[in-house]
Write a protein that binds this ligand. Structure first.
Ligand SMILES: [Zn+2]
Length: 348
């Protein structure tokens, strides 16, 4: 089984975009937001959104299951206020749940959280619990910068975040550290803000003692870990200079990287630098980069090809990356698949 731990619903129906526009306009004019009941999307429309897109790509690329979350840039936590974020988050997570119910063999849910600048992450706990316990989701996306590129939020190691970490640890769900859209013109959303966010989050947890307080908490850092694997020596050296011991001992029980790196050499570097136990297969399709690489004739985000092409990877490590690690890191995934009657093999 090949589990893609990072996919987004980026092929939403126009009705959802229209709802969001109405919501933003209402907030700007000081009116109550639109009733979620006014958003009417039938199952046929929802099926059509993913059948020719994410599901077609799964089929073409030979991957099986995608851990599926709302469009990351669409979370836009900086828009409106906490109430706007909560209403929008409900709508987005409910749609993910419907897609997972329509296609239980293709998708398992990962939720967005109703974060908002300056609002304590404790406010996200109810929605996390709802998604995990009632909707069967197995993870969440955590935005380390709800301001969209201005970074005024305390670092992830600050106690400000602790109620969310407590809830995640109690529910046994990991968080993918995933910024949303940039509203700072200095940062292109997917080209720089995403990669900055990944790198910044890694350095925050390197500097803090978060995993001493939450030894079972797990973060997946997407996009191959941003700049981290390429600069592994820098981070090892910083940890050493800070007297924090070997980087591997400090973070690798809790921090994982996905394979959303869109060229073979990058994936090779990732797999040679980071232990196979800490790498989870992912493509982020259909996401940031949608084109075909003229050098290979294949989509940049067809990341399975890069891993298949790695002669240096043992069969055991390949299995960990494609399946075993996802089952281990997403602690509720095995049970979820068992409930759905699919892929109930033991973790690697
Ligand atoms: Zn993403």
């Amino acid at each position: 089984m090949i589990i893609d731990c990072h996919g987004h619903f980026t092929t939403e129906p126009e009705a959802l975009h229209d709802f969001r526009r109405r919501q933003i306009a209402a907030h700007a004019e000081g009116r109550p937001g639109p009733d979620p009941e006014s958003l009417s999307i039938d199952d046929e429309t929802l099926r059509a959104c993913v059948e020719g897109a994410q599901i077609a790509a799964q089929r073409q690329r030979g991957t099986d299951l995608t851990l599926f979350s709302p469009r990351a840039a669409g979370m836009a936590h900086h828009v409106g206020d906490a109430a706007v974020s909560l209403a929008w988050t409900h709508v987005c997570n409910d749609l993910i749940h419907r897609i997972c119910t329509l296609f239980p063999k293709n998708f398992v849910g990962v939720c967005q959280l109703p974060q908002s600048p300056g609002v304590e992450p404790a406010a996200c706990v109810d929605e996390l619990v709802r998604c995990v316990e009632r909707l069967g989701f197995v993870g969440c996306n955590i935005n380390p910068d709800p301001t969209g590129g201005f970074w005024t939020t305390p670092p992830l190691t600050d106690r400000w975040w602790y109620p969310l970490w407590e809830a995640m640890a109690a529910l046994d769900v990991p968080g993918m550290i995933h910024v949303s859209a940039s509203c700072n013109a200095c940062f292109h959303t997917t080209g720089s803000h995403y990669i900055n966010g990944d790198t910044t989050a890694f350095m925050q947890v390197l500097e803090g003692d978060l995993f001493r307080d939450f030894p079972t908490l797990k973060f997946v850092i997407p996009h191959g870990g941003g700049a981290v694997p390429y600069h592994w020596g820098r981070y090892r050296g910083l940890a050493q200079d800070m007297g924090r011991g070997p980087l591997e001992d400090l973070l690798l029980n809790n921090v994982f990287f996905d394979t959303c790196v869109y060229h073979a050499l990058g994936i090779e570097l990732l797999t040679r630098v980071v232990p196979a136990d800490n790498i989870l297969f992912a493509s982020e399709m259909i996401g940031a980069v949608r084109g075909i690489d003229p050098r290979t004739g294949h989509h940049y985000d067809d990341t399975r090809r890069y891993i298949d092409g790695l002669a240096t990877l043992s069969a055991a490590d390949r299995h960990k990356i494609f399946e075993g690690n996802a089952r281990r890191v997403y602690g509720r995934l095995n049970d979820r698949l068992r409930v759905l009657g699919i892929g109930d093999g033991p973790p690697a």
